[in-house]
Write a protein that binds this ligand. Structure first.
Ligand code: HEM
Length: 330
């Protein structure tokens, strides 16, 4: 009886070890592992990403979405962590080139490696980590790359808590060609010249933006989309007047690059390039002075191109008195 108990236990331990070595650690309820035979480098690769997950708090990362993929900067001030980031990405680059997957139970990772031959990856070492560009000519693979970059950011934010989760494959949306007639790169639209309710000349809008954002703020993007809708209908930027008032969680959108960098460990404020494009198209972008104070920012930390208004309330009331429609972006 005792012998049967021990031999059963040993068998279980052996199976668990084999699964771990083959990269098939199963999260709760998932059992879709499908290895490609023995993988000699897996243990070494696992040691490195386990080290990164353990030290996730000392890693900084920014992701820039491109039309055809992502550009990511992942760094650490600690040289030993920076070196491991470089080692990890080098090893993963090799895996992508050769289609040698891992983490097969995670649907997103399995899907990425199914399409490895459509991924182009360039890796540049920086002093503190890596600058990676991953692109594809296939729109679906672009979505996979972008979803994966988001998962890596979640690994950096939450470490092992995130690493134990499955990640879903993004749904393939119908292939649409977006156009950007007034604001390049942001707020793309589908031209529908025969649709009812075309935009009118002389419209006046105040966007009341309080939305928080990790990347480019959705209130700014909404304004870009509206302008592009005007452009798609043959109208000009001058045919619409737009004011954007930033307050609440959107106050940080108005910070200068230096202040944003210091407060949010980012390379720069990702919103300023779009703010400048919107301003070129005649959009007025303001920040609420009350919110600046409540959020603990100094007025010297606000970007020069964004005027500080007395309050979001006065802006919204003044513009509505002047006949502007108010669109909240919470
Ligand atoms: C804090 C932990 C981690 C960091 C900092 C990190 C960092 C990175 C970076 C910078 C890239 C290049 C692509 C990009 O920047 O989006 C990358 C790619 C990759 N990583 Fe990690 N990673 C971490 C954890 C993991 C874990 C836990 C796994 C798997 C178990 C993993 C597997 C991969 C794979 C397969 C790729 C290549 C696939 C692709 O880029 O499309 N990483 N990682």
């Amino acid at each position: 009886m005792l012998v049967r108990f021990f031999s059963g236990t040993i068998l279980l331990i052996l199976v668990a070890c084999l699964l771990e070595l083959n990269g098939q650690e199963q999260p709760q309820g998932k059992g879709k592992g499908k290895g490609k035979g023995p993988d000699a480098k897996l243990k070494a690769d696992q040691d490195v990403f386990h080290f990164l997950l353990e030290n996730h708090k000392d890693i900084k990362r920014t992701v820039k979405l491109l039309d055809n993929g992502v550009e990511t900067l992942t760094e650490s001030d600690k040289p030993e962590i920076a070196a491991k980031i470089q080692e990890h990405v080098e090893a993963m680059h090799q895996r992508v080139k050769e289609g040698r997957g891992l983490r097969h139970w995670d649907e997103l990772f399995a899907e990425i490696f199914k399409h490895y031959d459509k991924i182009k990856m360039t890796v540049e070492k920086t002093k503190k980590g890596v600058l990676v560009k991953e692109t594809s000519e296939d729109k679906y693979v672009v979505k996979l790359i972008q979803a994966h970059a988001e998962v890596v950011s979640q690994f950096v934010a939450s470490g092992f808590t995130e690493a134990h989760k499955n990640h879903e494959v993004p749904k393939d949306s119908p292939k649409v060609d977006l156009i950007y007639p007034i604001i390049p790169k942001f707020g793309g639209v589908v031209p529908l010249p025969k649709a009812v309710e075309q935009p009118r000349k002389g419209t006046k809008i105040v966007f009341d933006v309080t939305a928080d954002s990790k990347e480019v703020n959705k209130g700014l993007e909404r304004a870009a989309r509206l302008l592009n809708l005007y452009g798609s209908a043959g109208l000009k930027a001058a045919d619409i007047k737009i004011t954007i008032i930033l307050h609440g969680d959107a106050t940080k959108v108005a910070l200068s690059d230096e202040a944003y960098k210091a407060k949010f460990s980012a390379e720069s404020n990702p919103n300023l390039p779009l703010i400048r494009e919107l301003q070129k198209a005649g959009v007025e972008v303001l920040v609420c002075g009350q919110a600046v104070s409540y959020k603990g920012f100094q007025s010297s930390e606000i970007a020069k191109e964004v005027p500080i208004a007395l309050a979001a309330l006065t802006v919204i009331i003044n513009r509505q008195t002047d006949g502007y429609a108010c669109v909240p972006i919470p």
